[in-house]
Design a protein around this ligand. Structure first.
Ligand code: ADP
Ligand code: MG
Length: 601
């Protein structure tokens, strides 16, 4: 499909439409007593005006019909427009930009196929409570609705609706201001999520008087208003906490998103309650904090009696709040802080629901704790401390393994040191073993520095997250990628080189998914989970002018990463990992259904 050639046609069409409308407007004015020529604006400009007015300065997307000129114009008018190679990666970038900034990230795509490619990221953003807006151009309503076969015909609004928090379509230029305002408010208020905004091709070239256009814009006031918890709810929560013998706080990525970092830290430290961070909440308090029970997670979940969830859901990642993970049935009382009232009791009974934004809720709890707050019994803290120290010691040994090819622990030991030495770097992480092991091994020291596969455990977020993290924060990014996971977004290394971003990618290359040792029993094809043996992913980066390194030992790996982080040059390190080293499905092998017939055989 030649989108570029088609573009020209559309642009010509658009230009002639503008001329016709302009001429009509001129004539209607000419009939009046004073034939002053009004200044005009159009849909393209109004979309940009509306975004800029609301402080949105960056667009992630892929150009093409009918939004090519929107991107061009946005760039010309000073916005940052980052063009990707595939919409899913642009969408993931927008989603994580939303998580990092609390402003909706914008993803801009063409119609039908581009829209669908962006939709995975939109659904993923909604699932993860990341605010983003997918803006897609679409075909002519009249033709789409009569199903007469337009260019890239698709009823995009209807398709997006069940997959996001809200979906809107704007048909008239004078409604662009309201449309963008609604999209922004829907994305960031309450529980954040993905919003779809459908902009039909015709809208962009619609013309109106500039003054009226400006008046039609809306600057959203207080888009994510504080939601203060009720006094009774706070008292109830404190009463439950006070009665606890073995209390535990679980910090989720909602707490990281809320940017109530001081409050969260004060809650942990003043209450003296140990905490376990969910993956993307790591670093809210440093993983080396004395009250961190991250390294004693199993014991902490199983043996606690009262659990305070802060921006974390009792979904599969927390075994739904029941079962072996949580010890004897009925042994647990849950308190939950969440902005979404419907989240309460979703899996188990919440004895003290605290509905509100995390900043306000945490502050209210702190205020209510008073001066005579009793810290948890020493026995509980000692149990966790002993467990933690034992686990850390066991792990330390594995991390020192200096063998070639590397195993996961040896390679991760080197990267753990990198982040310790550069705590403000952002770590992006995906894969199976590469994810599960890195999460445990690499300590985080600052909030919102660990970005990963989130609620779905989805593969393919890597390069989109890395690019947006570099652009939104200006910090160096270390992307630790399984070789399989990297494949979903690997082409974006070109984007990283094109925008000269300080991204260092480490591909854990074990020749395949989980392991590189699978075979086809019939001998015909490669096994279903293996890749080309001894691939050199580093050369992909070299193809676009970046730095490629092949690392076979932890020392080589550490040296190469340090160099990349110092220089800020786009770098891809092919880390050669033993194909025998991984385990099936990483830590979640229990979710992997296996054939009963195979077991019996
Ligand atoms: P994790 O995977 O880290 O456990 P989840 O995505 O499961 O995190 O949970 C995040 C929770 O945080 C969601 O239920 C969401 O409603 C909530 N949340 C998001 N932002 C806020 C906020 N500002 N205040 C309160 N709760 C929030
Ligand atoms: Mg692999």
């Amino acid at each position: 499909m030649d989108r570029t050639a088609n573009d020209r046609t559309t642009a010509d069409l658009a230009a002639s439409t503008v001329e016709t409308i302009t001429e009509e407007l001129r004539q209607s004015h000419a009939e009046g007593p004073v034939a002053a020529e009004p200044e005009l604006t159009d849909g393209f400009n109004l979309v940009i005006d509306a975004l800029k007015l609301n402080g949105i300065e960056t667009i992630y997307g892929v150009p093409g019909i009918p939004i090519t000129d929107l991107g061009r114009l946005a760039q010309a008018r000073g916005m940052r427009v980052v063009s990707f190679r595939h919409e899913q990666n642009a969408g993931n970038a927008a989603a994580i930009a939303g998580f990092l900034t609390k402003k909706p990230g914008i993803c801009l795509t063409v119609s039908a196929p581009g829209f669908l490619n962006g939709l995975t990221a939109l659904a993923n953003a909604t699932t993860n409570c990341f605010p983003m807006i997918l803006i897609s151009g679409s075909s002519e309503r009249e033709i789409v609705d009569l199903q007469q076969g337009d260019y890239e015909e698709m009823d995009q609004l209807a398709i997006a609706k069940p997959l996001c928090k809200a979906a809107f379509r704007v048909l008239h230029a004078c409604d662009i201001g309201i449309g963008v305002a609604r999209a922004i408010r829907a994305a960031v208020s309450g529980r954040p999520g993905g919003v779809y905004l459908d902009l039909p091709a015709k809208l962009f070239s619609q013309v109106m008087e500039a003054e009226a256009g400006e008046k039609s814009l809306v600057k959203v006031i207080d888009p994510a208003p504080a939601q203060r918890p009720g006094e009774e709810a706070i008292q109830r929560a404190l009463d439950v906490l006070k009665g606890a013998q073995r209390p535990l706080i679980v910090l989720g990525k909602g707490a990281a998103y809320a940017q109530a970092d001081e409050g969260v830290r004060a809650l942990v430290e003043r209450s003296g309650i140990p905490y376990v961070p969910m993956s993307m909440a790591k670093g809210l308090l440093p993983d080396t904090h004395p009250l961190s029970a991250g390294a004693a997670r199993s014991t902490a979940l199983k043996d606690s009696d009262v659990v305070l969830l802060v921006g974390a859901r009792l979904n599969w990642l927390l075994s739904h709040g029941k079962g072996k993970t949580w010890g004897a049935p009925g042994s647990k009382k849950f308190i939950q802080i969440d902005i979404e009232p419907k989240e309460m009791d979703s899996n188990v009974e919440i004895v003290a629901p605290v509905v509100g934004d995390i900043g306000s809720c945490v502050q209210a709890l702190l205020d209510g704790m008073g001066k005579d707050w009793q810290k948890p019994p020493a026995a509980w803290l000692d149990t966790l401390k002993a467990k933690k120290e034992a686990n850390v010691a066991k792990m330390e040994q594995k991390l020192r393994r200096n063998v070639a090819p590397m195993d996961f622990h040896g390679a991760l030991g080197a990267l753990k040191t990198v982040i310790k030495e550069r705590p403000d770097a952002i770590l992006v992480n995906e894969g199976a073993n590469t994810l599960d092991l890195a999460r445990g091994v690499i300590d985080m020291y600052q909030p919102r520095k660990r970005l990963d596969v989130g609620t779905w455990g989805v593969m393919g977020i890597g390069m989109g997250f890395a690019i947006a993290a570099a652009i939104e924060t200006g910090k160096p990014v270390l992307a630790v990628e399984g070789d399989s996971a990297f494949g979903f977004s690997g082409m974006e290394v070109e984007t990283i080189c094109r925008y000269e971003l300080p991204v260092c990618i480490v591909v854990f290359n074990n020749n395949g998914i989980y392991r590189g040792t699978d075979t086809d029993p019939t001998g015909r094809d490669p096994g279903t989970t293996v890749f080309v043996k001894d691939s050199r992913y580093d050369r992909m980066m070299e193809a676009f002018g970046g730095v490629g390194v092949n690392a076979t030992t932890p020392d080589e790996l550490k040296r190469a990463v340090d160099e990349a982080m110092d220089s800020g040059r786009p770098t891809l390190i092919n880390a050669v990992i033993d194909p025998e080293a991984g385990s099936e499905s990483g830590n979640i092998g229990s979710l992997n259904p296996q054939s009963q017939l195979k077991k019996k055989a």
